[in-house]
Write a protein that binds this ligand. Structure first.
Ligand SMILES: C[S@@+](CC[C@H](N)C(=O)[O-])C[C@H]1O[C@@H](n2cnc3c(N)ncnc32)[C@H](O)[C@@H]1O
Length: 218
């Protein structure tokens, strides 16, 4: 395990011991003091599965997008630059301050928020809801209730895109975060919507799969 991952596990374990298992995200962003090298998921670019999906769906009109757990905001910036009006939120106030400072884009509203308790105005308000690497990063006791809050945010004809790590048919044992998700769990996220894409890839150097699942409210 490299040093950053080890530090991340230590923060996560310490937060769990304090009885606040999600607090380590804020701890990490605060500790990083705006050194991007200390945020292992921030690659400085949008997720390629998002870029690929939008590139191949020219029928997808722009509109209001909600980026859930936006971190340092690369996906939010990508959407805004393509004409979306974006609300990007994260549990961590330090992440939001940092993202806002780096990307003062007029089409992005940066907000502190919790997927476990989404703003009532967001229900049914978005043409695109994007979740990248959040559900896999939080323990199951939070993941299950958080996952049920995604689909209700999607408006008529809108889409929900979830991207992350997936277990192979025989689940692998992982001392997360992150934890690869089971396919049945991923499918349950959009159970009230119409499934329109389930894309998976297995990279040679990884035991888990990578997935992108897309649903539409029809
Ligand atoms: C692994 S990072 C991924 C960040 C970003 N989506 C990306 O791909 O770069 C998980 C993010 O989810 C945020 N997060 C965790 N739990 C959350 C919750 N309940 N509501 C909103 N954001 C949350 C964390 O603060 C963190 O920024």
């Amino acid at each position: 395990m490299d040093d950053v991952r080890k530090m991340l596990r230590n923060l996560s374990d310490a937060a769990k011991e304090r009885g606040a298992p999600l607090d380590w995200f804020e701890d990490l962003y605060e500790f990083a003091e705006k050194d991007r090298n200390l945020i292992p998921w921030s690659k400085g670019e949008p997720h390629p599965f998002l870029v690929d999906w939008l590139g191949n769906h020219s029928e997808q009109k722009t509109g209001n997008a909600l980026v859930v757990g936006c971190g340092l905001g690369e996906d939010a910036v990508f959407l805004a630059e393509r004409g979306w009006s974006v609300t990007a939120f994260d549990l961590s106030a330090s992440a939001i301050d940092w993202a806002k400072e780096m990307h003062p884009h007029p089409s992005i509203s940066w907000e502190v928020g919790d997927l476990l308790d989404p703003h009532p105005d967001w229900i049914g308000a978005f043409d695109l809801v994007l979740e990248v690497h959040i559900l896999q990063a939080i323990p199951e006791s939070f993941r299950i209730p958080a996952s049920t809050n995604l689909a209700p945010l999607v408006r008529q004809n809108g889409v929900l895109i979830c991207i992350g790590r997936m277990n192979p048919a025989t689940p692998i044992v992982v001392d997360g975060p992150p934890w690869p998700l089971n396919r049945s769990f991923i499918e349950s996220i959009g159970s009230e919507l119409k499934p329109i894409d389930f894309y998976t890839v297995q990279y040679e150097e990884e035991e888990h799969l990578r997935y992108r699942a897309v649903w539409q409210r029809s």
